[in-house]
Design a binder for this molecule. Structure first.
Ligand code: NAP
Length: 272
């Protein structure tokens, strides 16, 4: 496959006030789903800062445009496409456009996840159960399956799933969402074992409570105080705390790591 040539410049970026020069993802091509905001946006930005060319995507055209413009204005090599991960045609366009614009694929980050209702497990309607499992689990599986023709042509292919600390901790308010995130741990295990002999690495990140729109209801007010008391480091995480882990897992520094889950959670426990 013809790969579009890469600009080989060493970028500088800042992590917690320190300037970092790191181009360990130079030459790599990445897709990050749900990457116009929050954790996905931070991951896309960090992969691009470390040298990757990144396809940004989410459901809304205006969000895609805004995110792409922001990252391009920082000199990063990104492009964007609309992709609702639950729509087959959108996923097809996502892969086709990545191949057309960048010439291949090395890194798939399946980040989209939804939780339409905060509440107890047994208050979940069948419709909500299906929606959560369709987006969080089925779409991740389909994206992995559909990425294989491109990843099989890569010299250092890898997939990263975004689970959650709720996969481990029984946070009862997150009911069905938590069950779906535990299912991703199983998907990670089986996919990694299935693809290991082909050299395709599959890993997972299970973030703790990270400050984004998604987590607003559990980080603010009285619920927020209760949530914070469960975090040993006594602070909520930032999207960048997850982005650094994703960049490591996607890089050749993690070349001998597959089937693992890394838990950036400020010390919240991760035992099933
Ligand atoms: P967020 O800040 O609310 O961002 C949501 C992003 O997802 C937006 O870019 C949104 O853009 C996009 N999106 C939503 N539904 C989509 C769909 N069906 N297809 C494609 N894109 C979609 O959320 P976040 O906190 O970063 O969460 C990202 C992931 O991290 C999720 O899987 C979540 O479960 C996981 N996670 C979050 C936390 C946390 O505390 N924040 C903790 C553990 C795990 P559009 O509206 O344009 O589609």
């Amino acid at each position: 496959m013809l790969r579009i040539p890469v600009r080989q410049n060493v970028r500088k970026f800042s992590i917690n006030g320190s300037t970092v020069k790191c181009n360990r993802l130079n030459g790599k091509i990445a897709i990050v789903t749900a990457s116009t905001e929050g954790i996905g946006f931070a991951i896309a930005k960090r992969l691009a800062e470390e040298g990757a060319r990144v396809m940004i995507s989410s459901r809304k055209e205006s969000n895609v445009k805004k995110a792409v413009e922001k990252l391009k204005s920082e000199g990063l090599e990104v492009s964007g496409v609309i992709c609702h991960v639950g729509k087959k045609e959108d996923r097809k366009v996502l892969f086709e456009q990545t191949k057309k614009e960048f010439g291949g694929l090395d890194i798939l980050v399946s980040n989209a996840g939804v939780n339409p209702s905060v509440g107890s497990l047994f208050d979940t309607s069948e419709e909500i159960w299906d929606k959560i499992f369709d987006i969080n689990v089925k779409s991740s599986f389909l994206l992995m399956q559909e990425s294989l023709p491109l990843l099989r042509l890569s010299k250092s292919p890898s997939m990263i799933l975004i689970s959650s600390i709720s996969a481990y901790q029984p946070i009862t308010l997150l009911g069905t969402y938590a069950v779906s995130k535990t299912a991703l741990l199983g998907l990670n295990n089986i996919a990694a074992a299935t693809l290991a002999s082909e050299g395709i690495r599959v890993n997972c990140i299970a973030p703790g409570v990270i400050k984004t729109k998604f987590s607003q209801t559990i980080v603010e007010g009285a619920i927020g105080e209760a949530t914070l008391s469960t975090v040993p480091m006594q602070k909520f995480g930032e999207p960048n705390d997850v982005a650094g882990v994703a960049a490591f897992l996607a890089s050749d520094d993690a070349a001998y790591i597959t089937g693992e889950t890394i838990v950036p959670s400020g010390g919240m426990q991760s035992r099933l």
